[in-house]
Ligand binder design. Structure first.
Ligand SMILES: *Cc1c(COP(=O)(O)O)cnc(C)c1O
Length: 344
């Protein structure tokens, strides 16, 4: 059996989710008449501590609608140089909102608040307007690193001093909440708007959500329509998302444990290098330069043993744990990875 550690997006919906999809009460959501979507949006807004929420097709759509609501052509947005919005959204912020990105290098995904303050534009005819600060928690490229609460608070202070809104890319916000042992709202409260994904570790088949003030969500709803994201009987996908939100959060702790277990084993594997203490959530980034092979070559060997991961650089791999890999699967993956590396 293949052990798929490429991403937590490969998770399949649970039996309960499939039942909920079949039985979902539905209506036309563009008319605001899908009771299941409405329930999801109300429930999520409450959990995230925001006035309102909007069900969207993907995390990318949620982030981009947020950028479109907060900023416009010629504006500048400050974001971390390894962030998803900067790296992995097909240039949407410039293509759609017409904004200019100001990427700042962070440490474990966290931009220095003083550097952020220094990057905020003053009042000068030559400058673009700084319209938005974007954060990512947990931070994907930083290996699932959690932005600490005091860091979020420090950035919030900077933003407030300059009257600039903060958007939080919380694709894995619930992983951060579980790792910190706090409610998601305790993290989201430092941001004006927040996006979350149901389709990653929480196991829903599709869908993300954007939350924020009521006036912001009203505007976001029109942007979603403009982008072709107005869905009709979306209750069939909102129903599993509701289960993701209410039933699947606490179990993320198992994924975090499995990730640490995997990291500890890979740290002891010849040619692999990883610091297990840096694994805070469900992502394990491994430097494989000690094998003398490229990421592609090592991945091919792993795939031949039935273990899938993704390249994260010329000599870096990413492994992601999730609900469809058990602790037993992780132990089996460790055996197979060692066999693959041994045969290089
Ligand atoms: C996955 C992810 C997203 C959104 O991805 P979609 O595939 O568009 O749902 C956004 N931000 C981060 C950090 C992610 O990992």
């Amino acid at each position: 059996m293949r052990i798929d550690l490429r991403s937590d997006t490969v998770t399949k919906p649970t039996e309960a989710m499939r039942r909920a999809m079949a039985e979902a009460e539905v209506g036309d959501d563009v008319y605001g008449e899908d009771p299941t979507v409405n329930r999801l949006e109300e429930c999520a807004a409450e959990i995230l501590g925001k006035e309102a929420a909007l069900f969207v097709t993907s995390g990318t759509q949620g982030n981009q609608i947020a950028v479109l609501c907060h900023a416009g052509p010629g504006d500048e947005i400050i974001l971390e140089s390894d962030s998803h919005i900067f790296l992995y959204e097909a240039g949407a912020a410039s293509a759609l909102a017409g904004v200019q990105a100001r990427p700042l290098k962070g440490k474990r995904g966290a931009m220095d608040p003083e550097e952020v303050e220094g990057a905020i534009r003053g009042d000068d005819i030559h400058f673009p307007r700084t319209a938005l600060i974007c954060l990512e928690n947990t931070h994907n490229r930083a290996g699932g690193a959690v932005l600490p609460l005091d860091h979020m608070a420090a950035l919030r202070k900077v933003a407030d001093r300059h009257g600039i809104p903060v958007h939080l890319d919380g694709a894995r916000l619930f992983n951060a909440a579980v790792a910190l042992g706090v409610d998601a709202s305790e993290i989201a409260r430092f941001a004006d708007s927040v996006s979350v994904c149901f389709s990653k570790g929480l196991g829903a088949p599709v869908g993300s959500l954007l939350a924020g003030p009521k006036s912001f969500i009203d505007k976001a709803r029109q942007w979603r329509k403009r982008l072709g994201g107005g869905m009709r009987q979306a209750g069939v996908i909102a129903a599993p998302a509701l289960l993701a939100l209410t039933e699947m959060v606490d179990r993320l702790a198992e994924d975090h444990e499995n990730a640490r277990r995997l990291a500890r084993a890979l740290a002891e594997t010849k040619g692999f290098s990883v610091d297990p203490d840096q694994v805070e959530t469900n992502i394990v980034i491994v430097d494989i330069s000690g094998t003398g092979r490229t990421a592609g070559e090592v991945l091919d060997r792993l795939a031949a043993e039935g273990v899938l991961a993704v390249p994260f650089g010329p000599t870096t791999l990413r492994f992601v744990t999730h609900k469809d890999v058990s602790r037993k699967d992780i132990d089996e993956a460790i055996l197979r990875i060692r066999r693959a590396v041994g045969s290089l």
